[in-house]
Write a protein that binds this ligand. Structure first.
Ligand SMILES: Cc1cc2nc3c(=O)[nH]c(=O)nc-3n(C[C@H](O)[C@H](O)[C@H](O)COP(=O)(O)O)c2cc1C
Length: 395
């Protein structure tokens, strides 16, 4: 029997056990393994990144991915190292004020998960400001406003990317939140609503004037959804529009060389990484190693990935107890094991795991058998994160 990783953990561990419906899909798309990287030339890096008085440990940030970047996952990337800041999934400001149980779970953190940002969304300045005050009482280090979510339920109600359509009310909302709290407030947005309305440089400049501490730019418009490619010139225009505040470049970074290109071509101060962090949670550590030494170690192996899974389980057990922890873990494990190319029958058997003994036994069998293609890298080569498809107006 394999020994489960037994470590002493303290503090509360929350878990969002459901992926929002809009992002939920069983569809998996073939994607190629990022090619093994040789030496990647380092660009001219900006100085250390600060959000106001908050100094970030690195310029490599975890981008929020609703349903995925939960506390157990954030603790994993923190354990591996290299992450400058991790943010929760987007949280409804109104739901936060009602202290809705599931919402409160979304904003739980842990000493290992610092500094810690909560991302809120909403369209009412006073509700957003009250939510921000509550978060400060709860001890968050920084608050992020979502101005990029493209789905109709949010953007259509004037929140998320919908904020890009109304200058006056958006600036008032941002100013109200900034003035409500003492912690830094940041804003994550897209390039604009569509190709005719690339308003991110304008907003970034105005946000800086009212005290927003940093902006993150996903280099696509709302109209693009997740299609097409990220516009590096579009992000560069935002970098050029601000005086001092850090600009975080985001979108399609899957490797050290992608990050190098983003930094070189946009001049951004920091980058944030979403989907590639799920495929390769070692990427932040690789980036820091590369920035510091010019070189970096390969991502972890298949066996290390299995150990990370057990960590994730132990975080769930710590928060929810063994029984419920296992139920929650089965869902995540299904996704991981598929990406790790574990044989389908073994994946199916994993779904019947009911006890710690079952878990230990099946993990040992998976470890012994390895992936079907024999490739024992720990990078998930086979699974892409499902994103909504089709016309964005229907999302
Ligand atoms: C499944 C999924 C969930 C996401 N959830 C959020 C979210 O809660 N808040 C947010 O600002 N962006 C969200 N995003 C956008 C990402 O943070 C990021 O901007 C986008 O995926 C591009 O970066 P990447 O190519 O590194 O993933 C989400 C994206 C995906 C695919």
């Amino acid at each position: 029997m394999v020994r489960l990783i037994l470590l002493s953990f303290s503090g509360a561990v929350p878990i969002r056990n459901a992926i929002p419906e809009v992002f939920r899909s069983d569809e998996s798309v073939e994607s190629s393994q990022p090619p093994a990287e040789k030496r990647v030339t380092r660009p001219a890096f900006r100085g250390p990144v600060h959000y106001g008085r908050l100094a970030l440990q690195s310029r490599y940030l975890l981008s929020p991915l609703a349903g995925f970047t939960t506390l157990p996952f954030r603790r994993i990337v923190r354990r591996i190292g290299g992450v400058g800041l991790a943010t929760t999934d987007l949280v409804n400001a109104r739901a936060l004020l009602t202290r809705n149980e599931r919402t409160m779970q979304m904003v739980e953190t842990h000493p290992e998960d610092r500094p810690f940002a909560v991302q809120i969304f909403g369209s009412e300045p006073d509700v957003m400001a009250d939510a921000a005050r509550l978060l400060v009482e709860l001890g968050v280090d920084t608050i992020d406003i979502n101005m990029g979510c493209p789905v109709n339920r949010i953007a259509g109600a004037g929140a998320g990317a919908g904020m890009m359509c109304n200058t006056t009310s958006t600036l008032r909302l941002a100013q109200t939140v900034v003035e409500a709290v003492t912690v830094p407030v940041t804003i994550k947005m897209r390039l604009g609503w569509d190709a005719e309305n690339l308003t991110a440089p304008f907003f970034a400049r105005e946000f800086e004037k009212i005290g927003v501490a940093a902006v993150a730019i996903h280099g696509r418009t709302r109209e693009q959804g997740f299609s097409g490619s990220v516009s590096l010139p579009g992000i560069r225009a935002v970098v050029e529009a601000v005086e001092q505040i850090p600009v975080v470049g985001n979108g399609d970074i899957r490797s050290v060389s992608d990050a190098a290109r983003m930094i070189r071509e946009t001049g951004c101060h920091a980058v944030s990484i979403g989907r590639a962090a799920l495929a390769n949670p070692w990427i932040f550590r690789q980036l820091v190693e590369w920035e510091t030494t010019g070189d970096f170690a390969p991502a972890g192996s298949f066996d290390e990935r299995l150990s990370l899974m057990l960590f994730q389980y132990s975080f769930l057990e710590e928060r929810f107890g063994a029984e419920r922890g296992l139920v929650l873990f089965r869902k995540m494990a299904h996704w991981y094991l598929k990406g790790m190319r574990v044989r389908k029958k073994l994946r199916g058997e994993f779904q019947s795991v009911c006890t710690l003994q079952d878990l230990s036994e099946i993990m040992e069998r998976i470890r012994t058998e390895g992936p079907v293609d024999g490739n024992r890298t720990g990078v998930l080569s086979d699974v892409e994160i499902a994103v909504p498809r089709g016309p964005v107006d229907k999302w």
